[in-house]
Design a protein around this ligand. Structure first.
Ligand code: CDP
Ligand code: CDP
Length: 233
């Protein structure tokens, strides 16, 4: 039988990492872990506690009191902080606007990376984020760098929120660019494309094509590893 592997999916905001990883995981019977949701949950907790998110010391002091849980559901997952469900709250513009700041703190990253490695221990996992291939799972059997042009990514985000929030495409583009800059230039675990990653540019790929493409990468990789394992014996 084909062995399940650990898959790291990294890339900038709006490339399709979470929506695609979620569906691929569901189809392959893998566990999907959205690490961005975890940084968003910490950001939500800080804002909710009235902590100044620009104050690294105050955010750090809050961490021990945050009991963060991701609960898998049939086709997605729910997010809880101290037993309060915040699955929808973590997608607000307020959280989106501050998450890259909070994610730049070393204490926050250590806190979450530890949790992410524990959650990934079972094998057959897809983690998506910015530092999965470089820091969280450096030994992942498959690393994917999923990207797309800023225009394509901003447009996708705009389609998602235009009916919910009063926000222009230009504002979203600015916010995406700001987060790209913070995520790629920060000192702690910046977003990078590791040399061994398979680069997938989804700018001109449909959602379904991207799903198919990534499923094939995973199936081919696990088949190859199974074959190699036989040859060694
Ligand atoms: O889905 P979207 O691209 O908007 O972002 P996300 O994946 O929910 O991640 C939100 C933010 O968390 C990112 O902009 C990063 O600043 C941070 N993040 C990170 O630093 N490391 C990760 N492994 C995942 C997210
Ligand atoms: O997680 P990340 O920020 O990388 O992106 P996402 O939230 O999964 O995807 C952003 C939006 O792009 C979603 O609405 C996807 O359905 C859409 N998308 C697309 O239209 N075409 C693709 N090839 C990939 C994603």
């Amino acid at each position: 039988s084909i062995r399940k592997i650990a898959v790291a999916v990294d890339g900038p905001a709006g490339a399709g990492k979470s929506s695609i990883s979620k569906l691929v995981a569901q189809r392959l019977g893998y566990l999907y872990i959205d690490t961005g949701a975890m940084y968003r949950a910490i950001t939500w907790a800080a804002l909710h506690a009235g902590v100044d998110v620009k104050d690294e010391i105050k955010v750090t002091a809050l961490l021990p009191s945050i009991d963060l849980r991701l609960e898998p559901t049939k086709d997605s997952f729910r997010v809880y902080v101290n037993n309060r469900e915040i699955t929808a709250d973590i997608r607000s513009q307020a959280v989106t606007g501050h998450v890259s700041q909070v994610a730049s703190y070393k204490s926050v990253r250590e806190f979450l990376v530890e949790k992410q490695r524990q959650m990934a221990r079972c094998g057959g996992v897809i983690l998506d984020g910015r530092d999965i291939g470089s820091v969280v799972l450096p030994d992942a059997e498959l690393k994917i760098y999923l990207t797309a042009s800023v225009d394509a990514r901003a447009h996708r985000r705009w389609l998602e929120v235009k009916d919910i929030e009063e926000v222009s495409l230009e504002d979203i583009k600015r916010s995406v660019k700001e987060r790209d800059l913070m995520d790629t230039t920060r000192k702690e675990s910046p977003l990078i494309c590791v040399p061994e990653a398979v680069v997938v540019d989804s700018s001109n790929m449909s959602f379904d094509n991207t799903v198919e493409h990534i499923m094939k990468l995973i199936i081919d990789k696990s088949a190859l590893l199974a074959e190699e394992a036989i040859q060694v014996k």
